[in-house]
Design a protein around this ligand. Structure first.
Ligand code: GUN
Ligand code: ZN
Length: 428
């Protein structure tokens, strides 16, 4: 038994299933590779107590380092890696001028494979161990994504973009074929190892009624798949949806009418929602992927954290690269903090560092329907974790040495951190 076990000794950050942090200044994380080939947490906590229970397990000591759950990115476009930092007046011109031309290149499988390799390298550099990702409308872009994720043994979700209208040549797909392709990709990839398929209508304006109905039908027939899309990101977009669907109560209601709100359905942005929308998100178990660097970069608006809390709406953090400006979870958490402060003048809500961290780990896992699987380093969960070096830069070393509490330590890492903090990534 012990030969399949391995342990790491360092400072240790975990979460309970309600998002409360647990911290050991001298911790031990004990893992075992199970019969299915996946490494899981067997025991974790204060070194003295945990080591006594596992005297024969080999231990790697990492003095001065912090072990924490791997980060989870709830919404990212891997084919937009090359258009990060492309300026535009707002969402719709950005899509037309940068996004669609870049995505049209993914008809070429060799290009898709090259970008997928770079993308996963970049996730690893930044400590991101799971993501829910858009590919493009080309099935080969999905194969490239999952082939690379499987090679690296990662827990990853993704899917082929559906967009059969209001989209230029090169990315527009055909209704019938797009649904057949989606079904074949579900059969090929969903539930293979740690991979999961996400049915991916790009957003309401880009999908015909027939394509939306087809997507919802597939989601009903495959209830453990994910659904991912965008909603209420930008005011011009919201106006466009109102023109396209005058009978719908709201933008979100369009998805509800087609049957596209359920558990494991994840909608990016969720900025221009009202109270009835937030309640509908809650009642259907639908989650919001909050994408603060994207929303600030594209001038889309500010996610209402207090509104989300009032309705118990599932939510977590996302980079939304390439609308987002960074793969780094530290940059995303800091942007979320700024967004929370903006809301604070109206609502009185402020986000604690450990809450921000939870939204990018265990809270994101819960919102994705993966509570108890990843994101907390609780016993029985998959051992995807990062080893951080709080001395990675002179300023980080100086600041973290002065931290008088866990919240102060996490805040220093969020405010000053980036990929230099990530010393090692271990995936299950
Ligand atoms: N809405 C529809 N497509 C996109 C996209 O690629 N990025 C963002 N941020 N919003 C979208
Ligand atoms: Zn997006």
């Amino acid at each position: 038994m012990t030969e399949s076990m391995q342990a790491w000794r360092a400072q240790l950050l975990r979460f309970d299933s309600d998002g409360r942090p647990a911290y050991d200044s001298d911790g031990l994380l004990v893992t075992r590779r199970d019969a299915d080939g996946v490494r899981r947490v067997v025991d974790a906590g204060a070194h003295a107590a945990v080591a006594a229970r596992h005297p024969a397990v080999p231990v790697e000591s990492l003095p001065g380092r912090l072990i924490a759950p791997g980060f989870i990115d709830m919404h990212v476009h891997y084919p937009q890696t090359d258009i990060i930092g492309s300026p535009a007046d707002g969402l719709l011109p950005w899509l037309e001028n940068y996004t669609f031309p870049a995505e049209s290149r993914f008809a070429d499988p060799a290009h898709a494979a090259e970008v997928a390799r770079f993308f996963f390298d970049e996730l690893a550099r930044n400590g991101v161990t799971t993501a829910l990702a858009f590919a493009t409308s080309h099935p080969a872009s999905v194969d490239a994504f999952f082939t690379e994720a499987e090679r690296r043994g990662l827990r990853m979700m993704g899917g082929k973009v559906l967009q059969d209208r209001h989209s230029p040549d090169g990315v527009r797909d055909q209704t019938e074929q797009s649904l057949l392709d989606t079904e074949a990709l579900i059969a090929r990839w969903h539930g293979r190892g740690r991979l999961g398929y996400a049915i991916t209508p790009r957003f309401a304006p880009s999908c015909s009624d027939a394509q939306m109905h087809g997507a919802a039908e597939l989601a009903r027939r495959h209830p453990t798949t994910w659904i991912q899309s965008h909603v209420a990101e930008n005011k011009d977009e919201v106006r466009w949806v109102r023109e396209l669907y005058p009978e719908a109560r709201s933008y979100l209601d369009v998805y509800q009418r087609f049957g596209l709100l359920r558990e494991r359905a994840v909608y990016a942005h969720c900025i221009h929602l009202d109270a009835a929308d937030r309640q509908l998100m809650h009642d259907t178990g639908t989650a919001a992927a909050v994408s603060p660097t994207s929303n600030l970069f594209l001038g889309s608006g500010f996610f209402d954290y207090a509104g989300a809390a009032r309705h118990g709406m599932l939510h977590g953090l996302a980079s939304d690269v390439g609308g987002g400006t960074s793969f780094s979870p530290f940059h995303t958490m800091l942007a979320a903090y700024f967004v929370g402060r903006e809301g604070r003048s109206k609502t009185g809500l402020s986000l604690a560092p450990s809450q921000l961290w939870w939204q990018h780990t265990g809270g994101a896992a819960r919102a994705l329907g993966l509570g108890g699987v990843i994101g907390t380093l609780q016993r029985g969960t998959e051992a995807d974790f990062v080893v951080l070096n709080p001395q990675a830069t002179p300023l980080l070393a100086r600041k973290t040495a002065r931290a008088g509490s866990l919240e102060e330590l996490l805040f220093a890492l969020i405010v000053l951190g980036d990929d230099r903090l990530i010393e090692l990534v271990v995936t299950a």
